[in-house]
Ligand binder design. Sequence first.
Ligand code: MRU
Length: 365
Amino acid sequence: MKINGKPYRTIWLAKDGWSIEVIEQTKLPHRLETIGLKSAEDCARAIKSMQVRGAPLIGACAAYGLAMALRQDPSDAHLTRTIAFLAEQRPTAINLRWALEEMRRAVVERPPNDRAAAAYRRAADLCDDDVETCRRIGVHGLEILKAIAARKKPGDPVNILTHCNAGWIACVDWGTATSPIYQAHDASLKVHVWVDETRPRIQGAALTAFELGAHGVPHTIIVDNAGGHLMQHGLVDLCIVGTDRVTANGDVANKIGTYLKALAAKDNNVPFYVALPHSTIDWMLDDGMTIPIEQRSADEVLKMTGRLPDGSIATVEIAAPGSPARNDGFDVTPARLVTGLITERGVCEASREGLAGLYPERRAS
Ligand code: MRU
């Protein structure tokens, strides 16, 4: 997608041909900066600190981190150690483990002196595959938006509510939840997005609003608790969110607060869609309640970071001194609250049958 007219991906190989550059997400929307990552340790640090975040993107970053590690030491022991080290940086998004497993498969049978080159090739493929996958999610999601637009008064926008950032900044390009929105906007279908601010790290206000604005998509930031009220007043036509892991039965883990939006959507007959690439499906789990939920620092709840009038960025305390806080990073929306899963292969029911219908090759797993 474009920022100030310039096309970007979120991750690319640096000029040296072996390190990577990424958009530094903790500085957005105040500053557009990139950082160079030159080792698996750099990649791990960027993933943990959420300079690089979003389920597909952390997988892509870890893939390159592994390639850099194999450039240093292509031994079996280092391969195994680095995969375990990168995978432990964030527990909920299955894409991280999926990408590392793809990388293992691409190199493990190769002689050590060929492993790094094979790893770089596979990491580049994973990035390109993510772009095409997300583009196709948009093609299928666009049909849903068109159908809703056809039922509205001519000229009225389709109002979409989204949570967190499942945009191109969370992927390599296009995004998952945002891909149908960008494709609708580019096709001159009128859309407007309600952007949940998404406390505590405000990925909605800081990232989703930034990228929608940069692409010219009309949007409005709302506080996290406003969605139900807007739905009661007929101001939301549908919700589209991303996800960090979908279990084989269609349960959906996503940023904390997603479940409450799904409940409100159900109560108000608002369709609730989840957009996801194949790499987000955990075929080994059959119950969302068994997904590991990342516990993050209480500081993220007790403090907020923003820009001061002089342009400097500052972090301030917002709570009574001494009060403890709890910070579950994700929640699980049961499949029964999900209207449909929008994948690169089409839209399906959030159920084992629905997913197996789209991915018949996984039926046996
Ligand atoms: O903790 P984050 O910001 O990495 O969480 C991101 C989300 O919850 C996204 O909605 C999800 O990863 C899907 S990204 C396409």
